[in-house]
Each structure stands twice: as structure tokens, then as C-alpha cells.
Ligand binder design. Structure first.
Ligand SMILES: Nc1ncnc2c1ncn2[C@@H]1O[C@H](COP(=O)(O)OP(=O)(O)OP(=O)(O)O)[C@@H](O)[C@H]1O
Length: 306
């Protein structure tokens, strides 16, 4: 889990917070969003809320933000909304810090910082008083991502997911789509070039954080505050590969499998079928071939107090 470094500072005066809220993300979470906003106000924060109306709004709202007006931009939604806010902040001239109100399906950013998505009090206290930590987003063909980017079956699943089923069933929609894809997908070869070497696999994931798809550790050595990509290359294909990796991941054993290669690098290229999707933070962010590298600038992320 990401830890505050020695230079991390908590504020002495209540923060000015812009909450960018995806109203389509939180429907399964009852009053969580309203409870967090109410609590933030009780804690003395000045809170401005903006609801998104469509995909792209969160990025635009975040891009227009300035540190002179807001101390923190809190992305209220799933990791897709966080990704949009990250892209907006990375394009802002004087970006405020990033925080999260986790309302999504997997909430991987919340897991990375050790924030319980059900604990409204902890979420509000983190946004109001949590220290800020420098983190290193990465960029794939011009789109930023904060958590992970992957090519192969996982990206195919993200591309094929039924949004209505996902809204109704949450994580189950990913299981259904994975099984559906595994029958029709031909697991084409993917090449990863990094550190002057070429690696072959059927799936490649560039991790910025430890977790993948939920509370499942894919890259034990990764951390959002490390300026590196932890790359996992999975060579097995077909139903056998799907079963092997699909079982190892929830048991946190993926990193132990002998055939899975782990490489750390500052940049990489993923080659595969031209036009095949690349998922980043759980949404399709690019098409292959994809050049992935650390972003030129960093972000400040608000994390819970230790
Ligand atoms: N008002 C909106 N209407 C439709 N789509 C939106 C809106 N606001 C944001 N989006 C898009 O919805 C997509 C999914 O949002 P998000 O990831 O936040 O929620 P989720 O899918 O419920 O959670 P998770 O990513 O954890 O599965 C994102 O790609 C985001 O760009």
C-alpha cells in the first residue's frame, strides 16, 4: 500500500474541494456520495460539486481547475472517472491535488491507498485532512493512466463488456464477458519491447500499482509513488491459460507462476494485432501498437492519514 513519505504534509486549514461526480457510477451505492459530501462540509471544507452528463465531462472539468481556486479535485465514481480526472489534471496549468470518492465496481485506486469504499467517514477525513503524496502516472499513446494498462484478453473483455449488465451485476459482468470472450478469442501473440529486449506473450499488463481488477495483487513490487512500470507478461493462451491466470489472480499467486515474466522499465512498446484495444484503468484508452512511458510530470494524490 502506498505510504506517505517524510515530505508529505497534511493541511492545517480546511480544504477547498471540487467534487467531480459521475452519477452513473454510484447507483449501487445508495447514499454514499451524499454522505461523504455532507461530512466534508461538517469538517469545514468548502465543497463544490459538478455532475458529469456524459463521458469526457470529468476530464474537461478537471482540466479547467486551478490550484488558486481549489486545493483538491475529488473524483467521485469508479476508476474510469478517476482516469478522466487524471487526464484533465495532467493537462491543467496549476493542477490541484487528486482525491477519490470510490463509487465504482472495483475501486482499485481506493485499494492502492488503503481507503475502504464503504467508510464514508474515512473518505471525508482523507479528503479534508489527508497528506498529499507525489505519484507518477503513465501515458499510453497520449492518454494518461494511473493504475494499469493491459493488452490481450483483459482489454478485449473491457471492450466487450455490456454496460447495462455491469450496472446491474457489477464484477459478475466481467466474469460473464471473460468466459464469453475466451471461446471466440484466438489469443494472438503480443510482443513487449522494454529495456532493449523483446518479450512474447498473450497478454501484457503495465502496472503502476499493485492491484489488478480488485483486491488482487498482480505486481507486488509496484507502487504509485515509484517512477517505474511493473510489466507482467503472460504467455499461456486458450481456456487453459484463462483458467490458470483466472485462478492464480484472486489467490494472489500470479506473481509466483514461473512462466509469467516480470520486468520493470520506464517505457515500453506493446505490439500486437494492429488496432487491438489497450485498456487503461478499466476503460479502452488506446489501440495497438501502443507506446507506454512514465508521464513527464507527476500528480499529488491525497491519501489517508497513517
Ligand atoms: N454522466 C455520465 N454518463 C455516462 N458515462 C459517464 C458519465 N460520466 C462519466 N462517464 C463514463 O463512464 C465510464 C464508467 O465510469 P466509472 O468507471 O466511473 O464507473 P463504473 O464503471 O461504475 O466503475 P468501475 O470503473 O470501477 O467499473 C467512464 O468511462 C466515464 O468516462
Amino acid at each position: 500500500m502506498i505510504q506517505p513519505d517524510a515530505a508529505a504534509i497534511a493541511p492545517s486549514i480546511p480544504r477547498r474541494v471540487l467534487v467531480i461526480h459521475n452519477p452513473t457510477a454510484g447507483r449501487r451505492h445508495g447514499r454514499r456520495f451524499e454522505d461523504v459530501v455532507e461530512r466534508l462540509e461538517e469538517l469545514g471544507c468548502t465543497v463544490t460539486c459538478r455532475d458529469t452528463g456524459r463521458r469526457g465531462d470529468a476530464e474537461n472539468f478537471a482540466r479547467q481547475c486551478d490550484r488558486d481556486d481549489f486545493d483538491v479535485v475529488a473524483a467521485a465514481g469508479g476508476d474510469g472517472t478517476v482516469n478522466e480526472v487524471v487526464n484533465g489534471l495532467m493537462a491543467a496549468a496549476k493542477p490541484p491535488s487528486l482525491a477519490v470518492v470510490p463509487l465504482g465496481t472495483a475501486n482499485v485506486l481506493a485499494l492502492e491507498i488503503g481507503l475502504d469504499p464503504k467508510d464514508c467517514e474515512a473518505i471525508a477525513r482523507t479528503i479534508a485532512f489527508g497528506p498529499s503524496q507525489i505519484v507518477h502516472p503513465a501515458v499510453a499513446n497520449g492518454r494518461h493512466f494511473l493504475l494499469m494498462a493491459g493488452a490481450g484478453l483483459d482489454a478485449q473483455v473491457v471492450a466487450g463488456i455490456n454496460p447495462a449488465l455491469k450496472r446491474r451485476t457489477g464484477k459478475l459482468a466481467y466474469v460473464v464477458e471473460s468466459v464469453k470472450q475466451a471461446f471466440g478469442y484466438d489469443f494472438p501473440e503480443i510482443q513487449v519491447r522494454a529495456n532493449g529486449r523483446t518479450y512474447q506473450g498473450r497478454m501484457a499488463v503495465a502496472c503502476k500499482g499493485r492491484y489488478y481488477g480488485g483486491p488482487f495483487v498482480a505486481a507486488p513490487g509496484a507502487s504509485l509513488d515509484k517512477p517505474q512500470l511493473d510489466i507482467c507478461i503472460l504467455p499461456k493462451s486458450g481456456m487453459a491459460g484463462l483458467m490458470r491466470y483466472g485462478l492464480a489472480l484472486p489467490m494472489n499467486r500470479l506473481a509466483d507462476l514461473p512462466e509469467v515474466e516480470h520486468v520493470t522499465a520506464r517505457s515500453m512498446v506493446i505490439l500486437g494485432p494492429r488496432g487491438a484495444p489497450l485498456q487503461g484503468d478499466g476503460d479502452i484508452v488506446a489501440r495497438l501498437p501502443a507506446e507506454i512511458s512514465l508521464a513527464a510530470t507527476t500528480l499529488e494524490l491525497i491519501i489517508p492519514q497513517p
